[in-house]
Design a protein around this ligand. Sequence first.
Ligand SMILES: [Zn+2]
Ligand SMILES: [Zn+2]
Length: 280
Amino acid sequence: MASKSEDDILQNSMAEDDQNGNESVNATAQIPRWGPQHAGAKELASQYTRGKRIQETVGLSLSFFLFAFNFCQLIYHFQPENWYIILACALGGILTADFFSGLVHWGADTWGSVDLPVLGKGFIRPFREHHIDPTSITRHDFIETNGDNFTVTVPFLAYMAYKFVTFSPEQIYQAYYWECFVFLLAIFVSLTNQFHKWSHTYFGLPRWITLLQDLHIVLPRKHHRIHHVAPHETYFCITTGWLNYPLEKIKFWTTLEAMIESATGYKPRSDDLKWAQKTK
Ligand SMILES: [Zn+2]
Ligand SMILES: [Zn+2]
């Protein structure tokens, strides 16, 4: 279910099947509206630093190791007779990941600015770049795409590993469902931007991925396109997208924005709009 018409989507978002060209230009100013030639997109892309790359690589490596260790522990302590509770916990983890993806994406899209110390360049910058050059994500490698999300899971996975090492079998048995919930949550949080990247990839995706998208197990392309209609004010969930329609129905994001604006006076998306209008 979409909240915008087919026409709205086509006219107000970038034609992503031309990922390096993007010749759509603003008729009055004769400058690119989107894509890698957009002045704002060029400036934002140039701000990806070596330090950031190191943080992403270290985060990814630690996370991989912890995922492997915890996975072995979960298999070792598996309780086959309680498979349906485990399944419910796993589904809860996936839904929670989708919700967090929406919350974090909404927060970064709507508030703050690239000029903020540390957070601006390290965290908000990619969100701004993504709106004016949505296909840049398809040119990012595995580390740039997934480094941040994997890094976020490290403290949680480390705490889980610590419990597996120090807890008695009885304590592990009692905590088992919770750990299943956290493990699936962590998996889907880590892979969120990979699913997001696939939702922008119009060429060369293997059949099993497009099948996952068609079955709506991961974020489908058409579904995510709704977010990419300026001014990017809805459909923020990018893991599976399952929560986008219900959250839109209850006006979750608009209500939250109205509350924050009346409390602080800050206008939603003012920094995002500034970057979109950049001409040099
Ligand atoms: Zn966005
Ligand atoms: Zn996107």
